[in-house]
Design a protein around this ligand. Structure first.
Ligand code: GLU
Length: 278
């Protein structure tokens, strides 16, 4: 009698397990059509307010919130997201290789990048600026040629310095902005240059409070897009719909307030999908 009961219980457990497996197996893991077991999303790990890996292993920032919302619209719950670090110079290759389904990593839409990847969005408009030490005399109108500027390899920020902003600047290129910030603090560089959204996040960190200031220059227009593999128009279309919904249901503004509020970053209004500000 006792044995029979155990057997019945095990049979029920087995039946349940099979049902769960069948359910999971039903769904396509990486199609982006919804409900898959995992989705890999590329973000930055070292940009406070945008994409930051916390000491406890969790992730925070505007890009993280946008990506989480989009993933949900594609059928993936937050616990089905696998975050992958995609540094500035790695983004096109990560998409081409299929390492990630999409990238939400302060990724500006440019014609050059569009030869290799496709973009949904834009979902934010930022501007290139300079971060300097509080006492610095660098400001609007300062000739940056000859100054030690730090930016990141593979970024539009580094490219803009070389092409237009200050071709004769002494440009240091690192693989992430956190390394540039360390250089600014130590005095190894005169300024860090990239999007104002990113710089505001660093300046507001407790450990840097009062040490740095933004110059307040709008050196470029950076239209943030969500990168997808070249030709993956199905995902691009779904992401565009998700972004439109995120704005219309108020979630976009909520994410802006939560992530940019603490840095006192005054962002531009939500862009229209498909409209790039040149
Ligand atoms: N938004 C610029 C870019 O896509 C600079 C920030 C970054 O490197 O991610 O290159």
């Amino acid at each position: 009698m006792k044995l029979r009961k155990v057997t019945a219980a095990s049979a029920t457990a087995l039946a349940l397990a099979l049902a769960v497996t069948a359910c999971g197996g039903d769904k396509d893991s990486d199609s982006g059509s919804g409900g898959g077991s995992k989705i890999k999303i590329g973000i930055k790990y070292d940009q406070p307010g945008l994409g930051l890996k916390q000491p406890d292993g969790s992730f925070s920032g505007f890009d993280v919130d946008v990506a989480t919302y989009v993933a949900k619209e594609l059928g993936y719950q937050p616990d089905q997201i696998e975050w992958v670090e995609t540094k500035s110079a790695d983004r096109e290759n990560a998409l081409a290789r299929g390492d990630v389904k999409f990238i939400t990593a302060t990724y500006s839409i440019t014609d050059e990048r569009k030869q290799k990847v496709d973009f949904a969005g834009p979902y934010l408009l930022a501007h290139q600026d300079l971060l300097v030490k509080t006492g610095s005399d660098i400001s609007q109108g300062t000739d940056l040629n000859g100054k030690k500027l730090c930016s990141v390899t593979g970024s539009t920020s580094a490219q803009n310095v070389q092409k237009t902003i200050a071709p004769k600047a002494n440009l240091r290129e690192y693989s992430g902005y956190s390394e540039c910030i360390a250089g600014l603090q130590s005095g190894a560089v005169d300024a860090v240059t990239t999007d104002d959204s990113i710089l505001a996040g660093f300046a507001a960190q407790d450990k840097y409070k009062g040490q740095f200031k933004l110059a307040g220059l709008k050196l470029s227009n950076e239209n943030y897009g969500i990168g997808v593999k070249k030709g993956d128009t199905a995902t691009e279309d779904k992401i565009n719909k998700a972004l439109e919904k995120m704005v219309s249901d108020g979630s976009w503004q909520k994410a802006v307030d939560a992530n940019f509020g603490p840095a006192n970053y005054k962002n531009e209004p939500a862009p229209k999908i498909g409209q790039i500000v040149q």
